[in-house]
Design a protein around this ligand. Structure first.
Ligand SMILES: Cc1cc2nc3c(=O)[nH]c(=O)nc-3n(C[C@H](O)[C@H](O)[C@H](O)COP(=O)(O)OP(=O)(O)OC[C@H]3O[C@@H](n4cnc5c(N)ncnc54)[C@H](O)[C@@H]3O)c2cc1C
Length: 311
């Protein structure tokens, strides 16, 4: 693609945010290119049943939902490249995006590169992820009705996840690595007052137990070195998320945690660059909200080009 004939919009990312932006942009007659990155379909590709995406009364498998979104975007003319955007240069008059040694040019860009949950990184966790171990209470809490579970983490996210889960589960142990939680006073108070929640301080996961599904956890007290096995059927890891924004550093404004800052509507600190989904949204982190933000970003890009008579 030549500099003189740039794309109207290049979308970076192919989760629900990216694909929805692609559907709206290409259906709105924008010349649209989308980079899928190394995880075509995004986070939902690693899950099974999605029960809370509207329109599917009996649920839908994550990969199937994402395949449908990709095909819908292609139907309206989105050109899809299965590669990472490795570098961007937003300082030029025409935006530049580099992938696999080639430079692509665009009048506007929509960033929808998502965020990744932080995991403990132990082998048994990898084996049992999605088989009792989760990083999203809103997504998976429903599957743990009347079960004994643990939540790992000591910040506000861990308290929020635990409090949400009390609606379903029988009991929750919150494992906090330090001798105190660093959650806000109000969140701690709520957790303390909830009879289903018990705190275990100075406590870390040594190993998750179970072959095909989670059956227990081996925990260690990092002060006394005491080790014990606890029977559980669920574990929620709530130690934070990391937005995929490394390539945008120095190009647009990011907040202290690396999330993209929205200025007016979905516009970023560069008026030609728009953002959608978990890469700016650390509050809702849902497929349907990411899709909603994707719709917003495409409409904003379209309006931006229209107002400047660049179409
Ligand atoms: C196990 C699990 C289960 C979940 N279950 C549910 C559920 O039941 N219901 C629900 O609503 N939500 C669920 N979620 C949350 C939901 O998946 C996310 O909120 C949603 O996927 C966010 O969409 P997104 O478009 O912002 O980004 P993501 O889905 O995170 O996708 C990011 C995309 O960006 C791409 N990318 C990253 N960097 C680059 C780059 N440099 N160049 C090009 N592309 C790049 C990636 O390849 C990927 O395609 C679940 C999440 C997980 C992890």
């Amino acid at each position: 693609m030549h500099k003189d004939t740039p794309y109207d919009v290049i979308i970076i990312g192919s989760g629900p945010g990216g694909y929805t932006a692609a559907i709206y942009a290409s259906r709105g007659n924008l010349k649209t290119l989308e980079f899928t990155g190394s995880e075509p379909g995004g986070q939902l590709m690693i899950t099974s049943e999605i029960e809370n995406f509207p329109g599917f009364r009996d649920g839908i498998q994550g990969p199937e939902l994402m395949k449908q979104m990709e095909e819908q975007a292609k139907k309206f003319g989105t050109q899809i490249i299965h590669a990472l955007a490795e570098k961007v240069d937003f300082t030029k008059k025409i935006l530049e995006i580099v992938s696999e040694g080639k430079t692509y040019y665009a009048k506007t860009c929509i960033i929808s590169t998502g965020a990744r949950a932080q995991w403990l990184g132990i082998v048994s966790e990898i084996r049992l992820k999605g088989r009792g171990i989760s990083a999203c209470a809103t997504c998976d809490g429903f599957f743990f009705k009347n079960k004994d579970i643990i939540v790992v983490g000591g910040g506000d996210t861990a308290m929020e996840e635990a409090l949400y889960l009390t609606k379903f589960v029988q009991s929750i142990k919150i494992l906090v690595r330090k001798d105190a939680s660093r959650a806000s006073a109000i969140m701690q108070k709520r957790a303390n007052e909830n009879p289903k929640i018990e705190f275990l301080f100075n406590t870390e996961v040594k190993e998750f137990l179970g072959k095909d599904k989670l059956e227990g956890v081996k925990i260690i007290n990092n002060k006394t070195n005491e080790i014990k096995d606890v029977k559980i059927e669920g574990a929620f890891i709530a130690i934070g998320h990391k937005p995929n924004t490394e390539i945008f550093q120095g190009q647009i404004e990011l907040d202290l945690n690396g999330y993209i800052v929205r200025k007016i509507h979905s516009q970023t600190s560069d008026e030609r660059v728009f953002v959608a989904g978990d890469v700016h949204d650390h509050r809702y982190r849902q497929a349907v909200t990411a899709a909603g933000y994707g719709c917003e970003a495409a409409i904003d890009a379209l309006k931006y080009l229209d107002e400047r008579k660049e179409l």
